[in-house]
Design a protein around this ligand. Sequence first.
Ligand code: IVH
Length: 703
Amino acid sequence: MAVKAVETLNEKDAREELAELAEKIAAANRAYHTEDAPEISDADYDGLKRRNSEIEARFPHLKRADSPSDQVGAALAEGFTKVRHAVRMMSLSNAFDDEDIADFDISVRRYLGLSADETVSYTAEPKIDGLSLSLRYENGILMQAATRGDGAEGENVTANARTIDDIPERLDGAPEILEVRGEVYMSHADFAALNARQAERGGKTFANPRNAAAGSLRQLDSSITRDRPLRFFAYSWGELSEPLSETQMGAIDRLRSLGFQTNALTAVCHGPDDMLAQFRKIEAQRATLGYDIDGVVYKVNDLGFQARMGFRSTTPRWAIAHKFPAELAWTRLESIDIQVGRTGALSPVARLAPVTVGGVVVSNATLHNEDYIAGRDNEGNPIRDGKDIREGDWVQVYRAGDVIPKVADVDLSRRTNDTAFVFPEVCPECGSDAIREPGDAVRRCSGGMICPAQAIEKLKHFVSRAAFDIEGLGAKQVEQFYNDGWIKEPADIFELKSGYGSGLQQLRNREGWGEKSAAKLFDAIDERRTIPLRRVIFALGIRHVGESASNLLARHYGGWTTFEKAMVDAAPMEGAAWDELMAIDGVGAVLAQSLVSAMNQPAERASIDRLVAHLHIQDAERPNSEGSPVAGKTVVFTGTLEKMTRAEAKARAEALGAKVSGSVSAKTDILVAGPGAGSKEKKAQELGLTILDEDAWLELIGG
Ligand code: IVH
């Protein structure tokens, strides 16, 4: 087929070609990354990607949800193609004590309409601390393995999964379609041996078995995965062409008879007392199991009940994870460092004498802010009985789940330092005043872009995925270029090529850069000179102005000139322009103040103006309500929306000519009900109104 100039394409051609390109690029990615057998040359591949970007630049509204240009980072840097799960991969809600389990049982019985004397049966099984994996078998043959990802889409790790002994290639007597789900993990012994081997070879060692398992499964080279001793427990399923059993326990037994490993500590319990007894039994064996577990999972045993109960937005109602208590350890706090972030926030970090907490070596922990160090909360009330934290103190550290370790307590009897920690009032990076506004828990550097720490963080934000997303210019390169004085603020990126006699020449001579990669970088930068308004607003990195607020602002103001003028007019923080800004649903006073002050701060403005001079900023799409299926209709949103915020949903509906109301009445035309919808949905049912879930709504309004 002859390739038409992008300028001459009509919408229909463009849409078709984007679909074709998405397919071709995905196939090339698969061949290259998963099958290790490239089918097209690098140059042809680049050509496809460029064509895709050019078409998208001209028709931004046709950009596909699975656009190859969004997959650059993920699919290329990390190398895996994406897989959409046929059935969403769920996570679990958590319980922390016995009472939570009694409440869970009550909520189950209430949901099912069972009386207090009817006992529900549950399975109880260890919660394996690994990473979940979904295996798709068709006619008994392993076709695909995918990580959980965000639940809707994961990474295709089929080649790697095939190297795991616990994962059968073929199954006898399996349903035609069977998706088996479970946990990939590494045993303690294998983990220790792997780390020893790695250390010997001077390779990377892993902090804990879970990281080792994740790092090993997500290897681009499956021969490396093959050398890593991974294991797999099956505990759940996705799409099925026929049911596995009538009960959870029956299904687990069936998976075992098909050839999967299932956990031997899985048991059926009758009611909460029995569940807690099994919890204690599993907890008592935790240290000798030989692999990490972090709690016990209970699931309603009757699959008919499970089906009746269904799901909240990301978790089933019929299951809960009972977590083991957080692990604690005492260690010495060697020093308190202050880090400076993108918005100038000074964050205190505890440097600790390394200590193992729950199998992980911890040497840093967050200290939150100066009040936390001083032993008071944001309102001035004492915490830790008012004990402050000092350098040299013995402190208690804990980890809860995956989060950054925290300092919980301090041992005054071992204190030797008689001076309290003095939180700096000047920025440790640039010496500017660090100011704490009334009502703000955080002290901030006032240096703006003259502060190197802020400047680097701002630049990193500027090139991040949802902002300018410049291929080849990631956090690492930005930091290097900043330190070498090549770029100090965003506008410099667009002057890089011309700004240094020949930036190209210079870059070519740098270590790690060649002719091709340098040229590619400049092309990627040029490509981003044309950019949608919402990305520009987000990229500015203004405090409180996140992705979704940037979207709202772009949609509301439409174009850069209008937006910019409105911000200047709103400078007095009163009057018509200010009122208009505050009236945008989803924009509150805190956001508005932060935005307007940033847009009127002279140094910041100068930097923004310099940037904008390099750009062609595309107006926000304004979906016209002509031919809109919802024009003139009254719409009510209720429950949780998963794909957009409430404010975005409202803005879009209104842009399409709908009227959005907060309450259901006979005048309502459509109720969009997400998970957790309550009385409004009931009322809408009674009134016989049209009720749509979020997907159906999106389909109605065209995605
Ligand atoms: S059941 C719909 N069972 O825990 C049910 N999950 O915190 C979905 N996990 O993403 C999960 N052991 O990776 C289930 N025995 C077990 C589990 C288990 C570990 C993980 C799984 C899930 C996470 C949720």
